[in-house]
Design a protein around this ligand. Structure first.
Ligand SMILES: Cc1cc2nc3c(=O)[nH]c(=O)nc-3n(C[C@H](O)[C@H](O)[C@H](O)COP(=O)(O)OP(=O)(O)OC[C@H]3O[C@@H](n4cnc5c(N)ncnc54)[C@H](O)[C@@H]3O)c2cc1C
Length: 405
């Protein structure tokens, strides 16, 4: 096994992949990113929260500027019941020293910003390279792709997402993603006439679905809904349902709720796509030989905590630091897992609890609406969520050692 890592094959150019390549480059490891899609894998019509801890991670790489410019600040969440009762509010992340807060950003723009930043730094990204198999030996890894080509590196970083092929290769008995019983749909409405809700997402725990929205000063209304969906359906099955039909279903599900959901849905003209919501609580094997997992491939969290992207960014930084400071992949990967596993598994549990409150039955709903105002008062303090948002990786400091600056 090599004692120093100089080259890496990174599988996947979603969020963790390009960030890992930039972090590795920063510590002197040349990485090439191999993405399965022929063209950049941007999901249309969907957006996500990049929490302050994720932005802090991008900042450590100097890669936050374009991301911040493509999103808008959403540091505050106000909770409502479907009966129109204001349940309370909670901070979405912390405010960084220069005033930066968590943002909402269209997924396509986040992917593009990270990809462009990686390319600007001279990182090579190859599309149409779907990982099929890999051999790990004492002199590194050879990755084989579906198109018959191969790539070699000292290490292979599997940033290939929820249904990771790398995870299967590391451990054929690895768990599959766990279905939450819930779908997620989102979009942007125009011309609702609703007043802007600066910096705020309004979240409504409705009778039959969870609905969240934020109105920008321009009038654009970003919204998403989570609805119970008993049997697990693939993305392809869900995409066979026409947009018009999704809209009718959503309108029927919000019919008994107070709030602007109905208006927002009626003013949404774009194509609607539904995503099944999954998570992945514990993946026993994170690394083997010279191969290691990162991001959703190792630990997917349901979207409820808004943390999946931020955790992938944090992973990338910690992995790069471990490889720089410990050299030999086996030692570096063990230190990386030891640092990351407790945190990411805690976030997955936390997010799963939020998800289950979104699809509560009538009795649980009654208790939730009664108790949530007390719980939210507690969570209103930034300290209550400090464990989640106050996570900083300083690449300038070596593991357990002095500053490298
Ligand atoms: C509906 C929904 C809403 C979400 N909302 C949020 C949110 O608000 N905030 C948040 O932080 N997170 C959110 N998430 C989660 C977030 O999207 C993920 O946690 C994040 O994308 C993980 O990044 P990743 O790089 O690990 O994986 P991905 O972003 O999934 O990237 C994996 C990449 O690997 C590629 N790939 C897959 N297999 C192969 C292969 N065999 N060979 C080569 N390439 C391959 C894929 O094409 C993809 O480009 C949401 C997820 C969903 C489904």
């Amino acid at each position: 096994m090599k004692t120093r890592t100089s080259t890496a094959v990174v599988i996947g150019c979603g969020i963790g992949g390009p960030v890992a390549a930039m972090a590795l480059q920063q510590v002197g490891i040349d990485a090439v990113v191999y993405e399965g899609h022929e063209r950049p894998a941007d999901f249309v019509g969907s957006f996500l929260n990049v929490a302050s801890n994720g932005l802090d991670g991008l900042r450590a790489l100097g890669a936050d500027r374009e991301v911040l410019a493509s999103g808008f600040p959403t540091p505050r969440m106000v909770m409502w019941s479907g009966t129109g009762k204001r349940l309370g509010e909670v901070a979405n992340g912390l405010t960084l020293e220069d005033g930066t807060t968590s943002i909402t950003i269209p997924r396509g723009l986040l992917h593009r910003a990270l990809r462009d930043e990686a390319l600007r730094r001279g990182i090579h990204i190859e599309n149409g390279k779907r990982l099929l198999s890999a051999e790990s030996g004492p002199s590194g890894v050879v990755a084989h792709f579906e198109d018959g080509t191969s790539a070699r590196g000292d290490v292979l970083v599997g940033a290939d997402g929820l249904h990771s092929r790398t995870r299967q290769l590391l451990d054929p008995a690895a768990p599959r993603a766990r279905y939450s019983g819930m779908l997620s749909l989102g979009g942007v409405a125009h011309g609702t006439g609703l007043a802007p809700t600066p910096d705020t997402f309004h979240m409504m725990f409705g009778k039959r679905l969870f609905f969240s929205h934020s109105v920008r000063p321009s009038g654009e209304t970003f919204w998403f809904a989570n609805l119970p969906w008993e049997s697990e359906s693939s993305r392809a099955e869900l995409s066979s349902v026409a947009s018009r039909e999704w809209k009718q279903r959503l309108l029927a599900l919000v019919a008994d709720d107070k709030g602007p959901a109905r208006e927002i849905l009626e003013h949404t003209r774009e194509t609607l796509a539904a995503f099944p919501v999954h998570d992945l609580p514990t993946v026993p094997v994170w690394y083997r030989g010279a191969m290691v997992l990162l991001g959703d491939a190792a630990h997917a969290t349901s979207p409820s905590a808004g943390q999946g992207a931020s955790l992938a960014i944090e992973d990338a930084l910690v992995l790069a630091k471990c490889l720089r400071d410990l050299g030999e992949p086996a030692r570096a990967f063990a230190a990386y897992e030891q640092e990351r596993r407790p945190r990411v598994e805690r976030v997955v549990r936390y997010s799963a609890r939020i998800s289950s409150s979104k699809t509560a039955g009538p009795v649980a709903r009654w208790f939730r609406d009664l108790l949530m105002p007390f719980a939210l008062k507690h969570f209103a303090s930034p300290e209550a969520h400090a464990w989640l948002y106050r996570y900083h990786v300083d690449l300038g400091v070596s593991l357990g050692g002095p500053s490298l600056a």
